[in-house]
Design a binder for this molecule. Structure first.
Ligand SMILES: Nc1ncnc2c1ncn2[C@@H]1O[C@H](COP(=O)(O)OP(=O)(O)OP(=O)(O)O)[C@@H](O)[C@H]1O
Ligand SMILES: [Mg+2]
Length: 239
């Protein structure tokens, strides 16, 4: 029998927010290597704040974040990235006037050429980017820009990807393409994914289980079978 996978990331009593006011209220999650875990919840409950806090863009006020056995809550975000955490922000943030290739170079803060192995990793995961390689990112569709934003973090070969609402503003058929590419990437490389989403189709296509957030806390943890319960899922996402 396969042994149970190690915990890759856990938080304990995590509080974080803005201007001294916590948004995250003693938040606790535990994610194992190779899992795809969704975090769902209504607008404004703190999902993006959680992702920013995990990568270090919003400092922890108290509590811990343990990544691969190491407390990282005091580390700046570039150090967390160097330890293998990749972050894809909500709204994608690609540079519209730069080409796909330039976006990857700038995003990774590398000088000169993209290493061949990194380029292969990105194009294996998102083949559409090969056709668009020298095009300006601003000419890409929303779905292609999203794949570029995800591809950009693959350059550093992360062990964990924090993916904030990738389906936002993207056509349903492309949402399925991106979900399929992400699942294939997860199967091929074993990369762990924490996915913030409100799109039920994307959650069901990608996630193995899910946390429900409300008012800065985890209020439910749903197993895979529960993801197919449309009524319950809608209730957790309802405004
Ligand atoms: N930079 C900021 N400064 C002050 N308050 C902020 C900031 N960013 C977010 N907030 C507040 O923190 C709370 C949580 O916001 P957050 O963006 O984490 O929610 P969310 O669950 O990601 O919402 P959405 O589903 O709309 O993306 C909200 O009340 C929001 O107004
Ligand atoms: Mg958000």
């Amino acid at each position: 029998m396969k042994s149970r996978k190690e915990v890759i990331l856990s938080t304990l009593g995590l509080r974080a927010g803005y201007g001294g006011k916590p948004v995250l209220q003693s938040l606790e999650i535990e994610v194992r290597e190779g899992e795809i875990v969704a975090v769902i919840g209504r607008n404004g409950v703190g999902k993006s704040t959680l992702m920013k806090s995990l990568i270090g863009l919003v400092p922890a006020m108290s509590g811990s974040i343990v990544y691969r056995g190491e407390a990282v809550e005091l580390l700046p975000s570039h150090k967390r990235a160097r330890l293998g955490m990749g972050y894809v922000p909500q709204g994608r943030d690609v540079f519209p006037r730069l080409t796909v290739a330039e976006n990857i170079v700038v995003g990774a803060a590398i000088k000169g050429e993209i290493p061949r192995a990194s380029k292969k990793r990105i194009l294996d995961a998102f083949p559409i980017l090969a056709e668009r390689w020298s095009q300006r990112a601003g000419t890409l569709s929303g779905g292609q820009q999203q794949q570029l934003a995800i591809g950009r973090v693959l350059i550093s070969d992360p062990n964990l990807i924090l993916l904030d609402e990738p389906s936002e503003g993207i056509q349903p058929n492309i949402v399925q393409d991106i979900a399929r590419n992400m699942v294939e990437l997860n199967r091929a490389t074993g990369v762990t994914i924490i996915l913030v989403e409100q799109n039920l189709d994307m959650i069901r296509a990608m996630a193995q289980r899910c946390y429900v957030m409300d008012k800065g806390r985890i209020v439910a943890s749903l197993d895979h079978a529960a993801l197919d319960n449309q009524a319950e899922m809608r209730r957790h996402l309802a405004v």
